[in-house]
Design a binder for this molecule. Structure first.
Ligand code: PMP
Length: 414
């Protein structure tokens, strides 16, 4: 079956560039209505870190529904909500010495970013937020205002205010944007107002798999401390173990003031988001930031189950090992196919190959789809083939996917 062509004249449901109808999914695989199998190197843009239809999560959900468990409860206290809060505190926060209040800002990534921007302004009484070139933080007005993609920003029609975009790490060779910012802030006549916050992704997902160096992240944190600016890390895509540690900023040894999590926090692909706010900044009164779909109990159940993966280091170690293998394979492909003019990007299981020729990354992805691999482009000019396999993928799955990728590269280059 092809896509819903007959429907598309009536509805604005443009399907992504994968011309089939998907029916089933398990682990790192999907199947379409013709029974064709696909290996998933996309994982719902980083939402399916634990794979499709994890057995244990599935069982918990089925049992809960069968027993008439409360599905939607807004802010009411429920057992799944309590279990999630306890496990997140015990398994994630305490072992990392992180003193955060856990907030439910709404169901999606953009909701957590909005809440982060709001609390930073409320606490500091300042308006501006500094973000970075090629950043992606969401599509609502606030999160879009800190998104460094002019095409997406044009969707808002008129200019978005209150945001200053600085060059991301390495975006301009030898350009230390943080040192510049320091100089601007020192000069009261520079026109750059003291911001409420700096928001960043440690690895920019939509912006082209640009991984900031740990020293740069440390510098950003030091600048924030020096000027009393809040540091917000948007870990919506790079968090939940994607880069090899639960939080992507752990190897840098920094402690952001606010952390945004969504996508894979919901375990099995259910909408969920949390905002972590340093206790001293948890200054909202009841009702100052709420929303109907916070606190979905199905998401809490799956999320709590997912956190079992973080009770010891095995899961993280496995992600790091698979990430190292993926990196070596990417480097091999780049060496073997010099016509790609490829550049390896990213860390953990959040990696990509940037290619030089316009349109080439898209051609490779389209060919890979025909051959049974789901992989997407990213970057301002769609110049990066981006790999986000489910973290539970095994060696066989990685090798199979990479074989399809290599065949696709060969075919497109010939
Ligand atoms: N922040 C980052 C880093 C993202 O990658 C995304 C989604 N791609 C968002 C925020 C927005 O999340 P959502 O689409 O769930 O609103």
């Amino acid at each position: 079956m092809k896509t819903f062509e007959n429907l598309e004249s009536e509805v604005r449901s443009y399907s992504r560039g994968w011309p089939t109808v998907f029916e089933k999914s398990k682990g790192y695989k999907l199947w379409d209505t013709d029974g064709k199998e696909y290996i998933d190197f996309f994982a719902g843009a980083g939402t399916l870190n634990y794979g499709h239809n994890d057995d244990a999560m599935q069982e918990k959900l089925i049992e809960y529904i069968k027993n008439d468990g409360v599905i939607h409860s807004l802010d009411m206290a429920t057992i799944p909500r309590k279990d999630f809060l306890e496990r997140f505190t015990d398994v994630i926060l305490k072992p990392r010495n992180l003193d955060y209040k856990i907030m439910f800002p709404g169901p999606t990534g953009t909701n957590t970013v909005e809440s982060a921007l709001k609390i930073a302004r409320k606490i500091t009484g300042r308006e501006t937020v500094i973000s970075f070139t090629n950043a992606f933080h969401g599509m609502t007005i606030g999160s879009l205002s800190v998104t460094g993609n002019s095409f997406k920003r044009h969707g808002a029609g008129v200019p978005l205010h209150h945001a200053v975009s600085m060059p991301f790490d390495n975006y301009v060779e030898d350009n230390d944007s943080i040192a510049y910012l320091d100089r601007f802030l020192e000069d009261s006549g520079s026109g750059v107002a003291l911001p409420a916050a700096i928001i960043l992704e440690t690895v920019q997902g939509e912006g082209g798999i640009n991984a900031a160096r740990m020293e740069w992240l440390k510098k950003v944190e030091a600048l924030c401390r020096r000027w009393d600016i809040l540091l917000i890390v948007d870990d919506v895509q790079a968090g939940n173990g994607r880069t090899g540690t639960f939080f992507s900023f752990e190897p840098a040894g920094i402690k952001p003031d606010v952390v945004c999590l969504s996508k894979s926090i919901g375990g099995i692909g259910l909408p969920m988001a949390i905002t972590l706010i340093k206790s001293e900044y948890d200054q909202w009164g009841p009702g100052e930031h709420n929303g109907t779909f916070r606190g979905n109990n199905m998401a809490f159940l799956a999320a709590t189950e997912a956190l079992k993966n973080w009770e010891n280091d095995d899961f993280a170690n496995a992600v790091q090992e698979k990430g190292a293998f993926l990196k070596s394979e990417i480097n091999r492909l780049i060496d073997h196919y010099p016509e790609l003019n490829g550049e390896a990007r990213g860390r953990g299981l959040m990696q990509g190959i940037a290619v030089e020729k316009e349109g080439l990354a898209g051609e490779i992805c389209a060919e890979a789809f025909e051959r049974g691999l789901i992989v997407e482009t990213s970057g301002p000019d769609d110049e990066v083939v981006k790999f986000l396999p489910p973290l539970i993928i095994d060696q066989e799955g990685l090798v199979k996917g990479l074989d399809i990728l290599e065949d696709s590269i060969k075919h497109v280059l010939k």
